[in-house]
Write a protein that binds this ligand. Structure first.
Ligand code: FPP
Length: 225
């Protein structure tokens, strides 16, 4: 969700104001996702690298997350959206952990859509954690190293039951993956827009879906459409 800071700077506002507007885009995109019938949405809300930002900004972001759950948690439940989190959950402030855990529990059943928040998330760390879990199993004799396949690795990632994303949208024109879902994005279509995240609303989301729909996906094979 890139470009909150630049959006704010252009208007002479604080970076936090940009994040606040970014939270409104989260709501807009959630509406669009339901309308389009997209069943999984993963938002990169806070990376492992983001902890080095000024204390005020980190606190402000955690606070925004907390406010978002307070204000819109009920709406998520009513709209049958399940909340899941991927990342270093234990590093988040206790109050945020508690609110997230409550909403995750309440939304764990009877859902149609899944909203995944990547929080204190880093893809290399996720892959290293998977390697560690596999190594432990082999050391205990529960797993034969010779049987380790791509599927074994995928099954040890944070949310193994979630399908790989088909489309990755990157806002604010950045042309990097920034340590996001490196394993899971192997076959994803990439869509980059210059629009800053606070301006990325329903219209922009549907535009991205339309472009995605026109792409011929081959998975290394031949063109099928
Ligand atoms: C990146 O833009 C954005 C973030 C690090 C935070 C994203 C968080 C939100 C939109 C807040 C609400 C989230 C939820 C899930 C309610 P940037 O700050 O790097 O912008 P810049 O590249 O223009 O400086």
């Amino acid at each position: 969700m890139d470009g909150n800071g630049r959006w704010a700077q252009q208007r002479g506002l604080s970076r936090l104001k940009g994040h606040e507007q970014g939270a409104e885009s989260v709501r807009a995109v959630l509406r669009a996702v339901r309308q389009a019938g997209v069943r999984y949405l993963t938002l990169y809300a806070f990376s492992t690298e983001n902890w080095i930002r000024p204390k005020d900004e980190v606190e402000g972001l955690m606070n925004l997350l907390s406010i978002f759950i307070d204000r819109h948690g009920k709406e998520l439940l009513e709209n049958k959206i399940r909340l899941r989190v991927m990342g270093q959950f234990d590093r988040l402030p206790r109050t945020v952990q508690k609110k997230l855990a409550q909403l995750m529990e309440k939304s764990a059943e009877n859902y149609e859509y899944t909203l995944i928040l990547a929080l204190s998330y880093g893809s290399r760390l996720e892959i290293a954690d998977a390697a560690k879990a596999i190594a432990r199993k082999t050391a205990r004799g529960e797993l034969d190293p010779e049987t380790v396949t791509e599927e074994t690795v995928a099954n040890h990632l944070y949310l193994p039951d979630v399908p790989d994303p088909e489309l990755m949208i990157r806002t604010s024109g950045e042309l990097r993956l920034s340590n996001f879902l490196l394993w899971q994005l192997s076959y994803a279509e990439l869509y980059v827009t210059d629009v800053f995240w606070p301006d990325f609303r329903e219209k922009e989301f549907f535009q991205a879906l339309e472009v995605f729909g026109r792409r011929g996906r081959r998975y290394g094979g031949v063109v099928t459409k």
